[in-house]
Design a protein around this ligand. Structure first.
Ligand code: PGA
Length: 246
C-alpha cells in the first residue's frame, strides 16, 4: 500500500509576509493522513524550515544544480539543499525544460546529484498539447523517464515521479482521471521493468489539481498523490487537496 504524497510547488510566488501567513495556515489546517510537502523558492527555504519545525510537513526546493560545487554562478547544489534540511527537490519541471532548455539528460543528472545527498528528487515528465494531439504522449514520457532510469540504474526506486501534462499546467484544463491513470500505468510498467521497487514508488499527478477534482484523481489506482501549483498558494485549498489524498 503506497502512502499518498501531496506536494505544493509555490513556483516564483510569495514574499516573507505572505509565506509566513501561508505556512501558519497549513500548520493550523494539518495534520493530514497523507504525506505533505511544500517546495518553495530558494531564498525562503531557511525560513520555511523554521516555520515548519516540529510539523509533519516536509519542505524542499524547485530545482538544483547537476554539479557538486564550484564556479557555477547562480546555481544551488543539492548539498546546500540537504544542509538546509530539504527532503525533496523538483527536477525537470516542464517550465524548466521549456524556459531553460533542460534536456532529459540534464534532468537525470540533477536527480542523481540530489540522491547523492539524500534529497529525494521529484522527477517531472509530461507531454505538450501538440505531442498529445500527435499521439506521442507515451513516447515522450517514456523517453523522459528512460534517461532517468539509465542514469540512476539501481537507485531509480528512490525517486518520486510526477506526471504533469504540459497542457494542463496552470491552464485550468485537467487531465481526466482516466487520461491520467492511463499514463501513470504506462510509467509504472516502465518502472517495473527497471526495479523491483516499482510497486512501492509514488507517481504524482500534476496539472490544475483543485479542491473539486483532487479526490477523483487520487482515487485512480496508479495516482499516488499530486504536485500542486496554483492551489498550493491558498492554505484552505491546499488543505482540502491534502485531505482528499486520504
Ligand atoms: P498547477 O501547476 O497546479 O498550477 O497547474 C502544477 C505544477 O506546475 O506543478
Amino acid at each position: 500500500m503506497r502512502k499518498k504524497l501531496v506536494v505544493g510547488n509555490w513556483k516564483m510566488h510569495g514574499n516573507r509576509a505572505s509565506n509566513a501567513a501561508l505556512l501558519a495556515g497549513l500548520r493550523e489546517a494539518g495534520p493530514w493522513s497523507a504525506d505533505v510537502a511544500v517546495c518553495v523558492p530558494f531564498p525562503y527555504i531557511a525560513e520555511t524550515a523554521l516555520a515548519l519545525t516540529g510539523q509533519a510537513i516536509a519542505f524542499g526546493a524547485q530545482d538544483c544544480s547537476a554539479h557538486e560545487q564550484g564556479a557555477f554562478t547562480g546555481e544551488v547544489s543539492s548539498a546546500m539543499l540537504a544542509d538546509l534540511g530539504c527532503r525533496y527537490v523538483i527536477v525537470g519541471h516542464s517550465e524548466r525544460r521549456a524556459f531553460h532548455a533542460e534536456s532529459d539528460q540534464l534532468v537525470a543528472d540533477k536527480a542523481k546529484a540530489a540522491l547523492a545527498h539524500g534529497v529525494t528528487p521529484i522527477v517531472c515528465v509530461g507531454e505538450t498539447l501538440a505531442e498529445r494531439e500527435a499521439g506521442q504522449t507515451e513516447t515522450v514520457v517514456k523517453r523522459q523517464l528512460a534517461a532517468v532510469i539509465h542514469t540512476l540504474t539501481h537507485c531509480i526506486g528512490e525517486i518520486v515521479l510526477a506526471y504533469e501534462p504540459v497542457w494542463a499546467i496552470g491552464t485550468g484544463l485537467t487531465a481526466s482521471p482516466e487520461q491520467a491513470q492511463s499514463v501513470h500505468a504506462v510509467l509504472r510498467k516502465q518502472l517495473q521493468a527497471a526495479t523491483q521497487k516499482a510497486d512501492a514508488m509514488r507517481i504524482l499527478y500534476g496539472g490544475s489539481v483543485k479542491p473539486d477534482n483532487a479526490a477523483q484523481l487520487f482515487a485512480m489506482p496508479d495516482i499516488d498523490g499530486g504536485l500542486i501549483g496554483g492551489a498550493a498558494l491558498k492554505a484552505g485549498d491546499f488543505s482540502v487537496i491534502c485531505r482528499a489524498a486520504a
